[in-house]
Design a protein around this ligand. Structure first.
Ligand code: URA
Length: 258
């Protein structure tokens, strides 16, 4: 009996597979392996002489990222260089490349971790629940990514421009290959102040984690005053930590006021 699957069921099944990480169709038509002849043809070993000679190809993801990032002379060129960077497997499972939001000429630049589900769908950083809390936190000290004026504006990006599957924490190798790009991003945007949201940008730009100890303190990244802060997603889970986040926002405001 032939049963027909409706469009929405088929689409839901496909989305489920993409979420699970199956993002590549191997053949044009499905293979019914039960129907294949049980007696597979014997495998004939190739004589040694016919085996292809082994050519070692050196792959250097961090070096390639370094060269690609340094060759970008503008934010547009940087975005294009990242989009054509081949070594980060996350790109294959993501729906969108998420580069930035807000004003590139803002005094404050915020670096988060990686897009989540909402950001992946929309192609903009911090648009989900954590992003909405971030907007409220910024508004409390008179900053906004929609500001008409660079003085009240913020510029927002992430260490990773592609969503990790199921929002898992980025792996060290993924962070390492994106560091040259995020450093170049900061160099091109030239903010007066940098805010690192959570452990991943601290790992990328300061080479260490421990946000509970580091938050609220001023350090430097390439000569730019930088403050690590709790990630808004953490504040959604740990409301008590909003006290410290408020103190950090006031410290940011005081620095901007000179
Ligand atoms: N969390 C992040 O770190 N970045 C986003 O863009 C969204 C959630």
């Amino acid at each position: 009996m032939e049963s027909q699957m409706d469009y929405w069921t088929a689409r839901a099944l496909l989305e489920w597979q993409v979420e699970a990480g199956a993002d590549e169709a191997i053949g044009d038509t499905p293979v019914d392996r039960y129907a294949l002849d049980a007696k597979a043809p014997p495998v004939v070993a190739k004589p040694e002489a016919e085996a292809p000679s082994h050519v070692a190809v050196e792959v250097d993801p961090v070096g390639d990222a370094e060269r690609a990032a340094q060759s970008a002379a503008s934010l547009e060129e940087l975005a294009a260089a990242m989009q054509s960077y081949p070594h980060c497997e996350l790109r294959r499972g993501a729906r969108n490349f998420v580069f930035c939001d807000g004003r590139a000429d803002a005094r404050v630049m915020i670096v988060g971790e990686a897009p989540g589900r909402d950001e992946d769908l929309e192609g903009r950083p911090f648009v989900g629940r954590a992003g909405q809390l971030l907007d409220k936190m910024l508004a409390a000290i008179d900053l906004s990514r929609q500001a008409q004026d660079a003085g009240q504006g913020v510029y927002i990006t992430n260490v990773l421009p592609w969503r990790p599957p199921s929002n898992r924490t980025p792996e060290q190798a993924e962070i390492d290959m994106m560091v040259p790009f995020v450093r170049r991003h900061v160099a091109l945007a030239k903010p007066e102040v940098l805010i690192l949201m959570g452990n991943t940008p601290c790992q990328a730009l300061l080479g260490k984690t421990g946000i509970t100890r580091m938050r609220g303190g001023w350090v430097e990244v390439d000569g730019i005053p930088t403050m690590p802060m709790f990630h808004p997603a953490y504040l959604l889970r740990q409301a008590a930590a909003k006290r410290e986040a408020w103190a950090d926002l006031l410290s940011l405001r005081a620095r901007l006021n000179g």
